[in-house]
Ligand binder design. Structure first.
Ligand code: ATP
Length: 887
């Protein structure tokens, strides 16, 4: 085979190459040919999920056993970088408020490595991470993860291609560990058995508390490890951790790093981690130092320390900050950075050993996969390795290496049958299960026999080789790439958009309902608080006042008709307080002791008689003497109006009584207007009856605004929204799940309110309770949509509350709840009819008091149409805003 040959792997699965290499089969240097017909009895083609780590190993081995290598020209087969960031710029804000968070950042993250992004607070680490997981879109430059731009059509990021742990732990406090991991597993459509298996594995791997422990009751460190477990539940090929060790004690920090080492070394996962604890990143394979949004330096930690002749990474960082302006240093650094990257690609040696010093370790050497040349792989058996070596990835000097030279993928001449491989394996006795480089943890997932078989080694040569590289070998790198391929491929296999959509939606719904259930008191309070408010409304509003204190000064001596008048006053409404002088009564009103003064003249009865007998000849003096003076406290208009009405009634009663006593028709006292039976409504409507429909409608609308807005804003603030979005949830699914959950609350609210209004306070209704209920529920959904819209704009709870409260009062007034819309100035009334609940309220009144329904009366239908339209508009804008924020 010539050196331009390249393997084509015939596989059950979709193109590994495209997934990991980011190159289409047609244009790539190597091709993975997908052959779904190839039998692979050990792998469930739908789930591709193992039942146990052992089965998992077998599945991977079995899967690759069925792959067939086919020759194709050209050389480059194995991708090197999980992520590439090229000349990326990102800024927040616009104009004068622009903050340049990233300036021309270029980094490459090799597959299967730990890549530390280091720098002080505010240097742009999180922004870079957000660009990597697809939460932010760079203003300039390109970010690629597994060869695809995050968020693009074919990308697995956001989605199952990445496990993301945000800076804010991003967990639901009301969930148990099991529920948390189940939620994230469900987002990726993992079957329950698989999730349970993963939960068991992660609990032991990350030393988590019992799976039934509530997240809200965990310590900070435990919660962080659960957060890490949530990012790992679907076995992502890439793990992105934003400051996972912040605020954590050194012991736990060490433990997290050892878990990360184990993930990269044993499971082939690529880890990108940000931290401002610079020294801890010594365990990373590569680190990038950032400051003020620029990349100062990138390289292997040990190399950097050696290069700068310093003792630790922190000193290197300080030196970099001090020497930032030094051109020579920068040039030197750039050259060295290139060297560090090159080291990942040139033939290297790495020791992979067990914690047991006597145990053998294997060091593999492969030539750089980007070079079109003969490659060799050496597997070195080391008899002794020290823990220090393991920690720093330095091979032991005492290694007794046994190297197996292999020709490269590029020079693979023929497909090697499994039988041949197995025979060679047996003959040489060189294929051993790789052991974890983590001292305490054995590898559970991958066996090197399969790896080497996957690499299609057709010859090997055992040789002695001294360890040279501090980073990691290309065989290990190759293995990690294969692992990543397997993981990514498994995820791609499972992609089915409709099923994904249902899986995510049902996971989100379940999550929302569990949260509601766990917060049952709050939920019940939210559901029934409108009912309580409704009770208050009916108890507090629309009632007639009683026992209003009124001073009465009666100058008539002895009192005759004046007494009749005083006795005719409704003493339930008015509490009569007799005073001896006019001044005493006047002062009583001034001092607020009474709400009015009634003053009756001295000759009141005599003047009344004269007026009745000789009405035509009555002069002004007689009229004045027969007139009762009422002095009102108009600062309390409501009381004043009630007193006025009661005094008129008392006068009418007195007049009727006098006429009757003197043999006249008492109806002569009545005004000549007959108030007939009302056509609609009853004879004595109360203010409550007018206000009740508007109040109920407003209650439904406003009760759900704040709940919806706050729920979403808090989920975003806690990092839960971002985490869900990075998991592949799209904003529409997210919004829909909340709309459905909140609708349940709105229905409860509506029924509690209507029950109280109709059955307890018995507001009059001649219409259909069904249609009234439907419109009120729709108003609740409309209010909730408005809340979702607010949450799409607001970042903080304070703004959210201000926006909710701020819009509440204008809505209340414009809707005509307290005063009819048609009394407003014309332009305002027009505005109110379309931008408030005015038409919906009118529809409710028509249904309640006229018995109309939306099927036969357009005025009622209009209320339904306007409510639906606004709901759609609110949700549409909210969805756009969520999507804009996402991108
Ligand atoms: N939403 C935002 N709006 C405006 N500016 C922002 C926003 N988020 C971050 N910034 C600014 O961008 C710069 C980089 O912020 P970033 O959060 O990426 O830094 P960081 O290194 O992750 O900091 P930390 O370690 O404290 O999280 C900072 O100057 C910050 O003030």
């Amino acid at each position: 085979m010539d050196s331009k040959s390249v393997p084509i792997i015939r596989s059950h699965e979709l193109s590994l190459n495209r997934l990991v290499n980011g190159i289409d089969c047609a244009s790539s240097d190597s091709v993975v040919y997908c052959d779904p017909l190839l039998p692979n009895p050990n792998v469930d083609p739908l789930s591709m999920e193992p039942m146990s780590p052992h089965v998992e190993v077998m599945n991977h081995v079995s899967h690759y056993r069925s792959s067939t290598i086919i020759k194709k020209k050209s050389a480059n087969a194995i991708p090197q970088y999980a992520c590439t960031v090229t000349n990326v710029k990102f800024s927040y804000g616009r104009g004068k408020r622009t903050t340049n968070a990233l300036n021309n950042i270029t980094i490459k993250v090799p597959v299967g490595s730990i890549y530390g992004i280091l720098g002080p607070s505010g240097c742009g680490k999180s922004t870079l991470v957000h660009c990597l997981v697809g939460s932010l879109k760079p203003r300039r430059g390109i970010v690629k993860v597994f060869g695809e731009v995050p968020g693009s059509h074919r990308a697995l990021v956001p989605g199952p291609g990445v496990g993301y742990m945000p800076q804010e732990i991003g967990l639901f406090n009301e969930f148990t560990i099991q529920e948390t991991l189940f939620f994230f597993g469900r987002l990726y459509r993992l079957p329950s058995d698989t999730i349970n298996g993963r939960i068991a594995f992660l609990i032991s791997f990350l030393e988590l508390p019992d799976k039934s422990a509530m997240v809200g009751r965990l310590s900070g460190g435990q919660a962080r490890r659960v957060s890490l477990a949530a990012a790992l539940v679907h076995k992502p090929p890439l793990l992105v951790l934003d400051e996972p060790t912040v605020g954590i004690d050194p012991v736990l920090r060490q433990s997290i790093w050892s878990h990360l080492r184990s993930l990269t070394d044993d499971h082939g996962i690529t880890v990108i981690i940000t931290t401002h604890y610079i020294e801890e990143a010594r365990l990373a394979n590569l680190v990038a130092f950032m400051r003020h949004g620029t990349l100062m330096e990138e390289g292997n930690p040990e190399s950097l320390i050696r290069r700068f002749h310093l003792n630790n990474l922190e000193e290197v960082f300080l030196a970099l900050c001090n020497n930032k302006q030094d051109e020579n240093m920068t040039t030197l650094n750039k050259l060295d950075t290139l060297k560090d990257h090159k080291e990942l690609n040139k033939p290297l040696l790495l020791q992979v050993g067990s914690s047991n010093k006597s145990a053998s370790s294997e060091t593999a050497m492969v030539a750089g996969d980007d070079e079109d040349e003969l490659l060799s792989v050496s597997i070195q058996r080391s008899q002794h390795s020290t823990e220090d070596d393991l920690a720093s990835n330095r091979p032991s000097k005492q290694s007794e290496a046994t190297a197996i030279s292999m020709s490269s993928l590029a020079t693979t001449t023929n497909a090697v049958s499994d039988q041949n491989i197995a025979a060679e394996q047996e003959a040489n006795g060189t294929f051993k299960t790789l052991e974890s480089s983590s001292p305490s943890k054995p590898s559970v997932m991958f066996a090197d026999s399969s790896i080497i078989r996957d690499h299609h080694v057709n010859s090997r040569e055992i040789s002695q080789s001294s360890p040279t590289s501090p980073i990691f070998s290309n065989t290990l790198q190759h293995r990690k790439i294969q692992d990543a391929q397997q993981l990514a491929n498994r995820l791609m296999m499972k992609r089915n958009k409709i099923l994904d959509h249902f899986a995510r939606s049902s996971a989100l719904l379940t999550k929302n309902f569990i949260r509601m259930w766990r917060n049952l008191p709050v939920m019940l309070f939210t559901a029934f608080i409108p009912g309580l408010q409704c009770c208050l409304f009916f108890l507090c509003l629309g009632r007639n006042p009683y026992d209003i204190p009124v001073s009465v000064y009666n100058a008539e001596v002895p009192p005759q008709f004046s007494n009749v008048f005083i006795q005719s006053i409704d003493n339930r409404t008015i509490d009569i307080q007799m005073v001896n002088t006019y001044k005493e009564g006047y002062d009583s009103v001034l001092l607020g002791n009474s709400k009015a003064l009634i003053s009756i003249p001295a000759n009141f009865s005599k003047a009344m008689m004269e007026k009745s007998v000789d009405a035509i000849a009555t002069d002004d003096e007689v009229i004045r003497m027969s007139t009762i003076d009422l002095y009102l406290d108009m600062s309390s208009q409501f009381h004043a109006n009630s007193i006025r009405a009661k005094i008129y009634d008392a006068y009418l009663n007195m007049a009727r009584q006098l006429l009757s006593e003197n043999g006249y028709n008492q109806k002569l006292a009545d005004p000549p207007i007959h108030i007939a039976e009302p056509i609609l409504g009853n004879r004595d409507p109360t203010v409550t009856e007018f206000m009740a429909p508007g109040f109920i409608l407003s209650l439904a609308f406003f009760a759900s605004i704040a709940t919806a807005a706050l729920t979403l804003v808090l989920e975003r603030k806690d990092g839960l929204l971002e985490r869900s979005l990075v998991s592949g949830v799209n904003p529409n699914e997210y919004i829909l799940s909340h709309v459905i959950t909140q609708t349940v609350v709105v229905i409860l609210q509506t029924f509690s309110v209507l029950f109280i209004a109709f059955y307890i306070f018995e507001i009059p209704n001649v219409g259909s309770v069904f249609w009234i209920s439907v419109l009120i529920v729709m108003q609740g959904v409309c209010g909730m949509s408005y809340g979702v819209l607010i949450s799409a704009i607001a970042k903080e709870e304070s703004f959210t509350l201000a926006a909710c409260m701020g819009s509440m009062f204008p809505q209340f007034l414009l809707s005509g709840v307290v005063w009819p819309v048609d009394t407003m100035p014309k332009p305002l009334a027009l505005f109110a009819n379309f931008f408030s609940q005015a038409k919906s309220l009118e529809a409710v009144r028509y249904m309640l008091y006229r018995g109309w329904d939306p099927l036969h009366h357009f005025d009622v239908s209009l209320g339904f149409i306007i409510t639906t339209s606004w709901t759609i508009v609110f949700l549409f804008i909210a969805t756009i805003l969520f999507n804009v924020h996402k991108s």
